[in-house]
Design a protein around this ligand. Structure first.
Ligand code: ADP
Ligand code: MG
Length: 613
């Protein structure tokens, strides 16, 4: 019926296929139906209303909570020759007036408006003057108190819609909404028999990991060292942690910037831009940062502290990998995080939201679910999906629990090695604590070992390949089952246990539940290792060209082409404009604007390769 949607998709956006859910939503909207769509971050919600906005007669108004998002979206639209503008507090009085006058003349197809503006007379006047075909509510969960991001100004939307001379089509979009919140959205916004679409919440390209490190900072540094050229967000619970962490990272030479609600508006804007424009690859922030941030190449989100519920966590973590590339979502958990969150939930109120016992209880329940996620042995992805009411397989194979789940493991040989090491140490008239024994078994060259000549023990270094945590787990098991003894209170030392002879003389076979032998942790494997191989040199050149163009246009790079588009260029290596048009993300406008430059670069690059001097 709507053959033309594919034309619009290719000619403006440069894509040949709709993603899951997009086509259904677009035809519902074009057919005049209200829509409520719950689709995960990065699924492509904007396109669901931008395509109909282009095709519908009249103006589409988009209500969106974040100023930075509007600017980005409008820039991206303008770069595709779609007439759009925004009305929010970042405009000067003159700019604002100019935009509203042009809107009144029907110059735009899409107009983004901040919710608190809806009560202004000039907007009321405008909406009576021209036909509004559709009102889109982005981040629609903001209307609900039960959501994690309630915004009272969102309650102005309903009244605004009711004041319009003709009821427009209403489309609500959000990434995170449980059933309860979906009901709220439908009732508060008064959607009429909406077309309801919930694509799965799953994001296959995201890897989930929970770490319980003794030293969070060290763990973070290890990760960053292995991901030097990547861009990522580090979320912290408090402003103070943000300040300290950002400072320390900068002291160590990392390009980090910071964001929290205590900073001046101007600094926040600048820092956000540093991050978005890739001048600073790392953003250290509280949860004040990020809603609507559309940076496509965030390749990891690390939570330095546990957030207060799974919705927040998934929304924040979901800012990774928006362009579909593999990305890491890592939570650094400590039990203290639970205490801090409990305190925040029970003691702090927002000025706008009065203290409410039911709400507090509700939030404590959500915190419990989050804590369970952080401490469970089950598949992490399945936990998240189950929280949103989805039935998911128990094993995803792409989270830290699946990769390290327990399995029955034969420990007969390791047990013999450990117990005989304890015997050898006894023979020298000595006893040591667990850590020292582990060092001996793994062949450490620490001073104490060398000074005491323990490196001459026949059992020195016989378990050099065994991970120290794993070794410790086995030792604990042997102590628990009295194959080994533990003596002394303050500095307990290992000694043979009442049953140690069963191991040494009877060669008793033993088995215990152990995590599957760990392949080197993802924390030390750069995500890039798993990406399909492509021409890195060409990619770097294309990126440089894109960034140069972006700088000239004072735009973030991804407004011109996303990294995903550059990847596709590396694969397709287009030499002609026609071939260039087949690259994902290249529409007619981008082809004529940039095609010449990019194909020239690719032609020269390929010719040089074929003719190495
Ligand atoms: P969200 O659902 O989080 O609002 P966006 O609308 O910002 O997601 O889209 C995320 C990314 O997906 C953008 O870079 C966008 O260009 C891309 N995208 C959207 N639809 C398609 C499609 N049909 N084919 C390829 N890429 C798409
Ligand atoms: Mg969006």
């Amino acid at each position: 019926m709507y053959q033309d949607t594919y034309k619009v998709l290719k000619n403006y956006f440069g894509f040949t296929q709709f993603r899951q859910g997009q086509e259904e939503i677009i035809s519902a909207l074009l057919g005049g139906k209200d829509v409520l769509a719950v689709m995960p971050t990065g699924a492509g919600k904007s396109l669901c209303y931008q395509v109909p906005a282009i095709m519908l007669e009249g103006l589409t108004v988009v209500i969106s909570p974040l100023i930075s998002l509007m600017k980005d979206q409008v820039n991206a639209l303008t770069d595709m020759d779609i007439a759009g503008a925004y009305l929010n507090s970042s405009l000067t009085a003159d700019e604002y007036k100019a935009a509203i006058t042009r809107a009144g003349r029907g110059a735009y197809k899409i107009l983004y408006i901040a919710p608190e503006r809806l009560k202004r007379d000039d907007i009321r006047y405008l909406s009576n003057q021209i036909g509004i075909a559709m009102v889109v509510i982005d981040e629609a969960h903001c209307v609900s108190q039960w959501g994690h991001d309630f915004r009272p100004s969102y309650l102005l939307i309903t009244e605004f819609i009711q004041s319009l001379p003709k009821r427009p089509i209403i489309a609500a979009f959000t990434a995170t909404a449980t059933g309860k919140i979906q009901d709220d959205i439908i009732h508060i916004l008064k959607l009429e028999e909406p077309y309801l679409l919930t694509t799965g919440f799953n994001r296959e390209n995201l890897y989930f990991e929970v770490q319980k490190p003794e030293n969070k900072f060290q763990t973070l540094l290890d990760y960053l060292r292995n991901h030097q050229d990547k861009s990522g967000i580090i979320y912290c619970a408090t402003r103070k942690t943000v300040e300290e962490l950002c400072q320390t990272l900068n002291d160590r030479g990392y390009g980090a910037t910071r964001y929290h609600a205590g900073l001046e508006d101007q600094e926040r804007r600048e820092n956000q831009d540093h991050f978005i424009y890739d001048r600073k690859p790392l953003m250290v922030a509280t949860n004040a940062f990020g809603m609507g941030i559309d940076k496509s190449n965030v390749s990891f989100v690390i939570h330095y502290n546990m957030p207060k519920n799974i919705e927040s966590y998934y929304q924040e973590a979901g800012r990774a990998g928006r362009d579909g590339s593999r990305a890491d979502c890592i939570l650094l958990y400590s039990p203290q995080d639970v205490q801090i969150n409990k305190y925040l939930i029970t003691n702090l109120q927002n000025d706008e939201i009065p203290k409410d016992e039911t709400l507090i209880q509700h939030n404590l329940e959500l915190l419990k679910a989050m804590t369970y996620y952080a401490t469970t042995n089950e598949c992490l992805r399945s936990q998240i999906l189950a929280y949103f009411g989805e039935v998911a397989p128990h094993f995803c194979g792409n989270c830290s629990n699946c990769n390290t789940l327990f399995e029955p493991t034969d420990i007969t040989i390791p047990a013999q090695k450990i117990v005989s090491c304890i015997y050898r140490i006894e023979q020298r008239g000595k006893r040591f604590g667990k850590l020292m024994v582990i060092d001996i078994l793994r062949g450490s060259k620490n001073k104490k070992i060398l000074n005491l000549g323990l490196n001459t023990l026949s059992t020195y270094s016989i378990m050099a390949d065994t991970d120290p945590h794993r070794l410790r787990t086995i030792i604990d098991y042997l102590v628990e089952n009295r194959y080994l003894g533990l003596e002394g209170n303050e500095y307990p030392v290992l000694c043979p246990g009442p049953r140690s002879k069963e191991i040494i003389f009877d060669k008793k076979s033993l088995s215990m539940m152990l995590p599957k032998e760990i392949k080197p942790s993802r924390l030390s494997t750069p995500a890039a290792d798993k990406e399909p191989s492509f021409d890195k040199e060409l990619f770097a050149k294309l990126k440089e060209l894109r960034n140069r163009l972006a700088q000239k246009a004072r735009q973030p790079g991804y407004i011109i082409f996303t990294d995903a588009s550059l990847h596709d260029m590396c694969l397709k290596k287009p030499r002609t404009l026609d071939q260039f048009h087949s690259v994902s993300g290249v529409g007619l406008v981008k082809m004529s604007k940039y095609g010449e430059l990019f194909t020239k670069l690719i032609r020269e690059y390929k010719d040089k390769q074929q003719d190495p001097m």
